[in-house]
Design a protein around this ligand. Structure first.
Ligand SMILES: Nc1ncnc2c1ncn2[C@@H]1O[C@H](COP(=O)(O)OP(=O)(O)O)[C@@H](O)[C@H]1O
Ligand SMILES: [Mg+2]
Length: 257
């Protein structure tokens, strides 16, 4: 993935610091420069720069894998394969819950409960693993200003009264859900592009986008010529960013339509 940070592709700290002083922070910034420009910035020889270019492009280009590799990698993963929804019929239909390491779309008419479901999944992801949770934090990207901390606490208290029996536990859960209000397509994309570091540093185990449809509806009128193409471009880009994050960090990523 071209927005992968150079620090994560095996370059030395010193080299990363030097590059970041020239606003070269991710693979895309690096690969967009010519060998000559890179020689100037890094102070390396032509051969040294070629080696780096090879290393960086290998790190961000999707590698060929066989179906067998994927199957073996999945079965060797220590993280759980699903985050249970705690709704037995839904878990059964989903073969265990919302899949970790992949993108799940939640669709339905307005008012059917998509946002309530996402808030409930946020509670579940913060629970200890012995209660079926992921013991992590959550990134909640809210494009409709629909999320409220009060509702999160209310759902936590009513679903797990024995666990959330103190004020501290309720405060702790609200500090584990990191809310980003992004009100345009561009802002959503920018947030997704910069999420990698937050996922690592804050121990994020669930990423939610609630909802993609509302920003798309606001910005792309399907009646106008050219809009469908632009809309599809945005949807494809955000889906590929979310898929990358889900696969790279083995996260469940519900994305509301
Ligand atoms: N704070 C709340 N307490 C109780 N019910 C709520 C609350 N907020 C929303 N609801 C109800 O939950 C239902 C689903 O709402 P919501 O999840 O926002 O729908 P969607 O995201 O699918 O449009 C609605 O019928 C709404 O009245
Ligand atoms: Mg909603």
């Amino acid at each position: 993935m071209s927005n992968k940070k150079l620090r994560r592709v095996g370059l030395s700290q010193e080299l990363c610091d030097r590059l970041s002083r020239h606003q070269i922070v991710n693979c895309q910034d690096f690969l967009g420069l010519s060998p000559l420009e890179l020689m100037k910035v890094t102070g390396l020889s032509y051969g040294g720069v070629q080696e780096l270019l090879y290393m960086v492009s290998r790190a961000c280009a999707p590698q060929m894998q066989t179906a067998y590799d994927i199957k073996m990698r999945r079965s060797a993963e220590l993280s759980p394969a699903f985050l249970s929804t705690t709704l037995s019929a839904l878990d059964k239909a989903l073969h265990g819950g919302v899949a970790c390491g992949s993108l799940t779309e939640i669709t339905g008419p307005p008012g059917c409960g998509k946002t309530q479901f996402c808030i409930m999944m946020s509670v579940l992801a913060t629970l200890p693993t012995n209660m079926g949770g992921l013991e992590g934090t959550v990134v909640y990207i809210d494009t409709e200003s629909a999320f409220t901390a009060e509702r999160l606490v209310e759902i936590a208290e009513s679903r797990f009264p024995l666990y959330f029996n103190t004020e501290e536990k309720l405060l702790l859960i609200s500090s584990k859900v990191h809310l980003h209000r992004e009100l345009s397509c561009e802002a959503v994309l920018q947030r997704l592009e910069s999420l990698e570091e937050e996922i690592i540093s804050k121990g994020v185990k669930l990423v939610i986008v609630d909802s993609i449809a509302s920003v798309v509806r606001k910005e792309f009128d399907p009646q106008l010529q050219g809009n469908i193409k632009e809309r599809n471009k945005f949807l494809a880009k955000q889906a590929s960013l979310l898929k990358y994050l889900a696969e790279e960090f083995s996260l469940p990523v519900p994305d509301q339509i």
